[in-house]
Design a protein around this ligand. Structure first.
Ligand code: KIV
Length: 260
């Protein structure tokens, strides 16, 4: 099982694997087979069918993180701090402490660069491990007017590098880089000593993360360019459901072997 120390040692080494999970069943399928499980606030969309992550609450995140921790006892688990729960140091510490106290999560994740460095510092100096998250930050979708790929001009590149350095200095052990042009993600990765984990940010980061329903083909409304599907999950379910339905309608199920 990974630890903060072993994750930090992954810098410029074999890439880290991270996947989201929101419940005990899937967490148990991923347990011990992946470096990090992220209970992402993406659950608000992929689990809860909401249009964005913003309405996820701390109670919701704690509920799902507890479930994931029950299912995956041998995997490093990170809980996303949801929107509006870390707007100042005091609030962040109270809320992140709840996550530590009430769940078995090993770390929390915070969106934001240098403007959130003081928050990260408050948590790390109070013994709460923090994974940073810069680049495209889904919790900014409304204030930014959409999801926008980052790193398109020199000024933005400079800002992103400053963000990464500030997050590292504040004590984060690891950094998610989302939706950043691959050459820029490479520069950011080279600018910090903590491992970077990319999503939609090319191959040069120290690891990759994807949302589980994207990886296994359960979410088919659209496929972002950065997603690679490793299973046609929705089709497998559909085929199985049709066979189950036919069997019930035709009184083929339950057969003798399923009957007391
Ligand atoms: O909420 C989430 O799942 C995330 C990942 C996509 C990085 O933040």
């Amino acid at each position: 099982m990974q630890t903060i120390t072993s994750i930090k040692k992954s810098k410029s080494n074999t890439p880290l694997t991270m996947i989201t999970a929101y419940d005990a069943l899937f967490a148990s399928l991923f347990d011990n087979k992946i470096d990090i499980i992220l209970v992402g606030d993406s659950l608000n969309m992929s689990f809860n069918a909401k249009p964005d992550t913003l309405s996820a609450t701390l109670d919701i995140m704690i509920y799902h993180t507890k479930a994931v921790c029950s299912g995956a006892k041998d995997t490093f688990i990170v809980c996303d701090m949801p929107f509006g729960t870390y707007t100042d140091e005091k609030m962040a510490l109270v809320n992140a402490s709840r996550v530590y106290r009430e769940t078995g999560a090993h770390a929390v994740k915070i969106e934001g660069g240098k403007h959130r460095a003081h928050i990260i510092k408050e948590l790390t100096s109070n013994s709460i491990a923090v994974m940073g998250h810069i680049g495209l930050m889904p919790q900014f979708v409304r204030s930014e007017g959409g999801y926008k790929i980052r790193g398109k001009d020199e000024h933005d590149i400079e800002q992103l590098i400053e963000d990464a350095i500030a997050v590292e200095k504040a004590g984060a052990f690891c950094l998610v880089i989302e939706g950043v042009k691959a050459d820029v993600a490479k520069k950011i990765t080279q600018s910090v000593n903590i491992p970077t984990i990319g999503i939609g940010s090319g191959v040069h980061t120290d690891g990759q993360v994807l949302v589980w329903s994207d990886v296994f083909g359960f979410f088919n409304e659209f496929k972002p360019k950065f997603v690679k599907r490793y299973l046609d999950g929705a089709k497998l379910i559909d085929d199985a459901l049709q066979r189950y339905t036919q069997d019930v309608k035709n009184r083929v199920f339950p057969a003798n072997e399923h009957t007391y």
